[in-house]
Design a protein around this ligand. Structure first.
Ligand code: GLU
Length: 325
């Protein structure tokens, strides 16, 4: 099985991402498959210098080394594998995402939107006042073909949006959550390509996971609500859908989403405090998964043997540091 860990380099590796990487790595190793590392750096404004190196060194410290993609060789960042490049900004430069966005427009599954950020802000404000869910109101979907053409020819700034079929019910069987279904009319017409030509996560990961032959997508459950958009993209591009497993979030003791404000979240902090990688790996593996036995101490090899998505819990797992000491 081919699995992937595709962080955005917007901060240093935190324990939640380490746990996701760990499960993802184990699932590839269990099947003698490949664990791939991709960098999702399409949000240029949020990038943090040194983040990629930090991810790779901390993963290696925990015993997790990519088989393919972005890796460290003799302390230097490098890439290796049959699907180069593995950094999305470099992939963007090849025109790959625009190519598929154009294909979607041509097939009638996506459309250009010329709305300014001021207009969109105004629209959202009005929706809030009317207690309506925030959603693009499709003003640009109604534009006549000749107007679209002349505005595009004039080089007017625009984004490309997915045209979600409102009448559809989109269903899927998630590897952790089981059957899930979404009403099309509740799904927003997602921006796929931004006005700077960069893809959003939604388009980029679908294109890359397909081209990189990923069998199973493991990611945090914060992405579950976006799943219908991704399923539609696979369908409209005529590609098979990989398996998806949405992992429960790590939570603070008060059940809010894990945050820096309530304790240590970066892997660096644990390393600096002197925790052994084996202890942190063991601790994180058991946050949200249990072996179904009384065994509490696992090596990475034992985890690889025993880990099973069927025993991953469906709801959030609390990060209680007193258990680690
Ligand atoms: N770049 C995304 C993130 O860092 C990856 C999500 C995914 O695994 O697809 O949240």
């Amino acid at each position: 099985m081919r699995t992937r860990f595709p962080p955005s380099p917007t901060g240093m590796l935190h324990v939640g991402s380490l746990r996701t990487a760990l499960y993802t790595y184990i699932l590839a190793k269990k099947t003698n498959g490949k664990f791939l590392m991709r960098i999702e750096d399409t949000d240029r404004a949020r990038q943090v210098e040194g983040a990629i190196e930090n991810f790779l060194t901390n993963l290696a410290w925990a015993g997790i080394v990519p088989d393919e993609g972005v890796m460290m060789k003799d302390g230097v960042l490098s890439q290796s594998g049959p699907h180069m490049p593995y950094i999305q900004s470099e992939r963007e430069a090849t025109g790959i995402y625009r190519k598929y966005a154009d294909e979607l427009v041509k097939k009638g599954h996506a459309y250009p939107c010329f709305c300014t950020s001021e207009r969109l802000e105004q629209m959202l404000k009005q929706q809030e006042q009317r207690h309506q869910p925030p959603m693009y109101d499709r003003q640009c979907l109604e534009l006549p073909g000749h107007e679209i053409k002349s505005r595009l020819d004039a080089g007017e700034p625009h984004v490309i949006r997915l045209k979600v079929p409102h009448e559809r019910v989109i269903t899927f069987n998630d590897d952790i959550r089981g059957p899930v279904s979404f009403q099309g009319h509740t799904v927003d017409d997602q921006v796929l390509l931004k006005s700077d030509g960069f893809p959003t996560y939604h388009l980029a990961h679908v294109v890359d996971d397909h081209l990189m032959e990923i069998d199973l997508v493991t990611r945090g459950e914060e992405w579950l609500s976006s799943l219908p958009k991704h399923l539609l993209l696979f369908e409209f591009l005529g590609w098979p859908v990989p398996r998806y497993a949405h992992l429960p979030l790590l939570l603070n003791a008060d059940k809010t989403k894990l945050s820096k404000r309530q304790g240590s979240v970066s892997v660096d902090e644990y390393r600096n405090k002197g925790y052994l990688p084996e202890a942190l790996v063991n601790f994180l593996a058991l946050l949200g998964w249990n072996p179904g036995t009384t065994q509490e101490i696992f090596t990475l090899a034992e985890l690889t043997e025993q880990f099973d998505l069927a025993r991953v819990q469906k709801s959030g797992a609390i990060l209680d540091l007193t258990q680690l000491d």
